[in-house]
Unconditional design. Structure first.
Length: 277
């Protein structure tokens, strides 16, 4: 199921004043139920691919577990109308989850459905204390290198991507119809591969809402770079969590919304000097 992101669909295309038969690759979307110890915790609309990574990444991003090792087993079960990701936890984590269980249906555009309180919407996050820095031009190069790796989006025009860049090269990329799902899959893949995140960056092809900053902070990455703009709460959360937030990334540059001191701009100029000048 690892490559199941797209389907061939016949269609009519109207070109040159007449309809012609054609075909198109379309992004596959299915309900994906995540169950823990036999009980459904969430149902997400997602691409039915990389579901093992999705289960691990979702568990880490939601704070259900702290390490991959806290998960005893994962089973992917394909059903007529969707898939189940059946996750089994040890007794201590299972009991903790039972005390805070919620029913949640998460469509593609929403990552906070079903929460129980305002505190759950804006939880306390680990603060990123990495002192490592990034060269401004390298970030531009990283975003440019992301485009040719988006194979499913090139085929369908309907997929988000999330990638991990280690400061030199993109190590992993995941695609999904949902931006939250793509980042959860990336988080799971990074954790399973044992990659060091404290000197790397998360690259995303969507706007930046608060949940994406939260997921990045839980991954331990000090830099989040996005194609589109952030929301106000995303910026505030990045400030509190110690995440350098770069967005509106285009071929000629980008905008820096938080913790600009991690970036070096060349010719001896630092961000504080530029801001104060």
């Amino acid at each position: 199921m690892g490559d199941r992101c797209t389907l061939d669909k016949p269609e009519l295309v109207w070109r040159g004043s007449r309809p012609i038969p054609s075909s198109r690759r379309v992004a596959e979307e299915r309900p994906i139920a995540l169950t823990y110890n036999g009980s459904t915790y969430a149902v997400m609309m997602a691409s039915p691919a990389d579901l093992w990574d999705f289960g691990v990444g979702f568990s880490l991003s939601e704070g259900i577990v702290e390490r991959c090792e806290d998960i005893i087993s994962i089973e992917i079960v394909e059903l007529e109308r969707g898939c189940e990701v059946r996750i089994w936890l040890d007794n201590s984590h299972g009991d903790l989850l039972a005390s805070r269980r919620r029913a949640m249906v998460g469509p593609v555009g929403c990552g906070l459905c079903g929460i129980e309180s305002l505190e759950h919407a804006c939880p306390r996050l680990p603060r990123i204390v990495s002192r490592g820095g990034f060269r401004a031009f390298d970030i531009l190069t990283a975003m440019r290198s992301l485009r040719p790796l988006q194979h499913h989006n090139h085929a369908t025009g309907a997929m988000h991507a999330a990638a991990f860049w280690d400061g030199n090269a993109i190590r992993l990329i995941k695609e999904d119809v949902g931006r939250h799902n793509a980042l959860d899959k990336l988080a799971g893949a990074v954790a399973r591969a044992g990659l060091e995140t404290s000197s790397g960056a998360v690259l995303i092809t969507s706007r930046v809402s608060v949940e994406l900053v939260q997921k990045t902070a839980r991954m331990g990455a000090p830099l989040l770079v996005a194609v589109s703009a952030p929301t106000s709460l995303a910026i505030e959360t990045a400030e509190r969590a110690g995440v350098t937030l770069v967005a509106v990334a285009r071929d000629d540059g980008y905008e820096i919304f938080s913790h600009a001191s991690r970036l070096a701009f060349g010719e001896g100029e630092s961000a504080p000097e530029l801001l104060s000048g």
